[in-house]
Design a protein around this ligand. Structure first.
Ligand SMILES: Cc1cc2nc3c(=O)[nH]c(=O)nc-3n(C[C@H](O)[C@H](O)[C@H](O)COP(=O)(O)OP(=O)(O)OC[C@H]3O[C@@H](n4cnc5c(N)ncnc54)[C@H](O)[C@@H]3O)c2cc1C
Length: 388
């Protein structure tokens, strides 16, 4: 039977043994735990906080999912698999999780966003429409756009319910037999002849494989791996709308817009208001244990600049705001790999500000690696060796 324990409850130090131990239960760790438990593996997931919390990278109500991937077309197979898995998970959890609203990626025709989205859509034969600014504003009257902007609209785009995804993955993992411990910090992870040894606040655990999915704390848990990860402070804002009807998910898509203010993204009305954020915000490097979680007037101004110019009907009061953390690699691609000098330790740093949508596929890859099999999806792009 699965067990959930909190810090302070007794644990059987030195006697615990698992096929795999997942260190960190943000969306990536929860997804790995789910796949391993579903395969019948004896698996333990540990987090020092209560999953669904707002200290890491997996909170904030919503996350964009989109298929024609402007960052690089090689992500398309991974996101296709993720769509399949999110739908399966939503059915299994009996939760909506995934909302298809369409996505509009808007900007100058030669900008990185529009050109990259079009390239991925054409290469992978993804249904899309290319609309001029006037046509975009007719279809979605909430937008206010300069005449030379264009938008690539994909009907498959939409959003995921962030906290609900995390909690559903965790609940399903538990139903499939995973052991979950929260309120317990992992202190060290070391390779052994039989796999790995994990020490926590109150236990020493033997595992065939250790999976490190500690988000912004990955480098502090694996200092000797010297992974080139940088943690940056991000801000999300929710704005009151004077025209709520125009921003309903029936009339308004998820969007990304590239403008002189940067790349902003946002969502139809859902929860606290129209949510908008600036991708990378100030790109400020921070210590995940000591950063300013207060949202300042300067933070608000960076987001509101795009709202005022392009979504005038959402330029009302800031009703809610939250900080969050990106863990970024130098090239913006993920790390999903074995540690080169300790192959029983896997690391999943799938963030750089765009990882959430891929979580169930990344979890499946981690489960394949933990099982000693080759993942069906190509992970060459995510290898640690590329930094050496
Ligand atoms: C503002 C913002 C917007 C984003 N928008 C999108 C988007 O629209 N679409 C998209 O696809 N992606 C998006 N992302 C990226 C995405 O959210 C991340 O890729 C994803 O959440 C990373 O999850 P994670 O599990 O790796 O990390 P986290 O969620 O940070 O989880 C790490 C976990 O490890 C635990 N932990 C750390 N150290 C220890 C320890 N020593 N012992 C025990 N537990 C430990 C932490 O408590 C935490 O729960 C966004 C990210 C942010 C911040």
């Amino acid at each position: 039977m699965p067990t959930v324990t909190d810090r302070g409850r007794s644990s059987t130090a030195m006697t615990e043994k698992y096929d795999a131990v997942v260190c960190g239960l943000g969306v990536m760790g929860c997804a790995a735990l789910y796949h391993l438990a579903r395969r019948g593996r004896r698996v333990l997931g540990i987090d020092r906080l209560a999953p669904g919390h707002d200290r890491g990278s997996s909170h904030g109500e919503t996350r964009v999912i989109r298929l024609a991937y402007f960052e690089h077309p090689s992500y398309v197979p991974l996101v296709r698999r993720s769509y399949e898995l999110w739908r399966e998970l939503a059915a299994e959890a009996a939760q909506p999780l995934l909302h298809i609203t369409g996505v509009a990626e808007i900007g100058p025709p030669d900008g990185e966003l529009v050109a990259g989205t079009l390239a991925a859509a054409r290469l992978h034969d993804i249904p899309h429409e290319m609309l001029a600014a006037a046509e975009l504003m007719r279809r979605y009257p909430a937008f206010h756009l300069p005449p030379h902007y264009v938008g690539v609209v994909q009907r498959d785009g939409g959003f995921l319910e962030a906290e609900s995804c995390v909690r559903s993955l965790l609940a399903l993992a538990r139903q499939h037999g995973a052991t979950i411990r929260t309120g317990e910090a992992v202190r060290t992870i070391a390779p052994t002849a039989a796999g790995a040894q994990i020490t926590t606040d109150n236990a020493t655990i033997a595992a065939g494989t250790a999976i490190v999915a500690a988000g912004p704390w990955t480098s502090s848990l694996l200092p000797r791996a010297r992974l080139p990860l940088r943690v940056t402070r991000q801000v999300m804002g929710w704005f009151a709308s004077q025209e709520p009807d125009r921003f309903s998910s029936k009339k308004f898509p998820v969007f990304l817009i590239e403008s002189p203010h940067g790349v902003h993204y946002g969502f139809p009305l859902h929860g606290a208001g129209v949510k908008v954020a600036k991708h990378h915000h100030c790109d400020q490097t921070v210590d995940p244990d000591r950063y300013d979680r207060h949202v300042s007037a300067e933070d608000e101004a960076l987001i509101r600049a795009a709202v005022a110019d392009h979504l005038p009907g959402a330029n009302g009061a800031l009703t809610h705001a939250k900080t969050c953390l990106y863990t970024v690699t130098p090239d913006g691609d993920f790390i999903v790999d074995r540690l080169p000098d300790a192959p029983s330790i896997l690391v999943a740093s799938a963030c750089s500000g765009h990882g959430f949508k891929f979580a169930p596929a990344v979890g499946e890859i981690l489960a394949d690696l933990a099982d000693g099999s080759d993942p069906k999806l190509d992970i060459a792009r995510f290898r640690i060796a590329r930094f050496r």
